[in-house]
Write a protein that binds this ligand. Structure first.
Ligand code: AMP
Length: 412
């Protein structure tokens, strides 16, 4: 697409990008936008948000403050969001005065786990078995189909494992239902996981679509703790994952970035777990290991620019700094190969993501990761084949051997 053809839709540097939400994803987007010459305006209820510390302007306001939302909309050339749980009427208010990208309709899907799963089913994309549950009696009835173990999740406002209860043979179902404090939930069959992966797909206003290499994700207490990229999965599985992500991006007419979280089952199948129509924690490695980070890509997509190359130049391991103060990250600044990002959050809370750190190694080098359980050594990655487009890099899984590799990463 030529510059002339896309010109009508272009939002050029010098313009102001509005970001709804003030967390670390907004912060990293604002930094990428600033590097490209854009101004940013954050809308957040938080008077000292991570994003507003690095943005051009901030409006501190609640999501129900329509006068403030309108004033914000009138001051920006395009708006985007950095989390999906924004009240729908708030986004509609902004969209009535300025373009919002991705289209707000995607939030209707991503805000509600049941709608998300129904949407995936409508595309014939596999998920864990699930059922809609609105009472303890319905829970008992649904378990007859879904079986135990299972996970009961609130339909709305769940993230980082919040709003979830695991059910097994010993669970008192009345108590479990009461604990969730909701009137609308989804019951999911518990999936035995070989691993978890995510695909970040970018799509611009002309429908140009690119996937980042797949990331492999490790969770503790349902919170992402570590991402390894490119993921150690077989090329066939990677191909299926890309196809699903592209299908979802096209079906939602995505303009922006979408993370598709997937389970890899023990028998080698892919099940889509969740969609996040914004930059994603499992894509932070792209800041240091890709030609275009997920944050720059979001800016490019929503401003009508062509997408940037997503070529990978290094292998990466990213670890989150969760609930830790300076005593746990100071030493990282003395590690010359550690790329440390802190989000400017003053208060340390137990599950709070305070920052992240990424280590890189050359693509052609074998890699062993000593940051994970030593009693259960991870597989070693062989040099990854590059597909003809140069975009996709997929490592093949080989049996671990500890004798011929050098430790690459220290425990955080
Ligand atoms: P979620 O909030 O749905 O993203 O879940 C957070 C994490 O909980 C996932 O990344 C998985 O590690 C785990 N999890 C969620 N749902 C399931 C499931 N149906 N089976 C097994 N593990 C799950």
């Amino acid at each position: 697409m030529s510059y002339q053809a896309t010109n009508q839709k272009l939002i050029l540097p010098g313009a102001t990008i509005g970001i709804i939400g003030g967390g670390q994803l907004g912060r990293l987007t604002a930094l990428a936008a600033a590097a490209m010459g854009y101004k940013t305006h954050i809308y957040t209820p938080d008077p000292d948000s991570p994003a507003s510390q690095v943005a051009t302007m901030t409006t501190v306001g609640g999501f129900e403050n329509f006068a403030a939302l309108e004033a914000f909309a009138d001051q920006v050339d395009v708006a985007t969001f950095e989390f999906e749980n924004i009240p729908a009427d708030c986004v509609e208010q902004i969209a009535s005065r300025t373009p919002v990208r991705p289209w707000p309709s995607i939030l209707q899907i991503a805000q509600n786990r049941l709608r998300e799963k129904d949407f995936l089913r409508s595309l014939a994309i596999p998920t864990a078995p699930y059922a809609c549950v609105c009472s303890a009696a319905e829970l008992k009835a649904a378990l007859k189909d879904i079986g135990l173990p299972a996970i009961l999740k609130t339909n709305r406002m769940g993230y980082d494992g919040k709003g979830q209860v695991r059910l097994d043979l010993h669970t008192n179902l009345e108590d479990a239902w009461a604990r969730l404090q909701t009137s609308e939930a989804i019951l999911e069959g518990f999936v035995e996981l070989a691993t978890e992966i995510s695909v970040i797909v970018a799509r611009n206003i002309d429908g140009e679509t690119l996937c980042y290499p797949i990331a492999e994700n490790k969770h503790q207490n349902q919170i992402l703790v570590e991402t390894i990229a490119p993921a150690r999965i077989l090329p066939k599985l990677a191909g299926e994952a890309f196809q699903m992500a592209e299908q979802i991006a096209s079906a939602t007419d995505l303009v922006g970035i979408l993370a598709v979280e997937m389970f890899v089952t023990l028998d080698g199948r892919l099940l889509v777990n969740e969609l996040a129509p914004r930059p994603h924690n499992s894509g932070h490695w792209t800041l240091d290991a890709c030609t275009t980070s997920q944050f720059e890509q979001l800016v490019r997509a929503i401003c009508g620019l062509p997408l940037g190359e997503v070529r990978v130049h290094s292998r990466a391991i990213m670890r989150n700094l969760i609930g830790v103060g300076e005593e746990r990250w100071q030493h990282l600044f003395f590690e010359k190969d550690a790329k440390v990002y802190l989000y400017g959050k003053s208060e340390v809370l137990p599950d709070r993501k305070m920052g992240h750190v990424t280590w890189l190694s050359p693509l052609e080098e074998e890699l062993v990761i000593t940051s994970v359980d030593h009693h259960n050594p991870p597989p070693i990655i062989t040099p990854a084949p590059v597909n003809p487009t140069g975009n996709l890099m997929v490592g093949s899984l080989v049996t671990p051997s500890t004798s011929n590799v050098t430790p690459f990463i220290k425990r955080v």
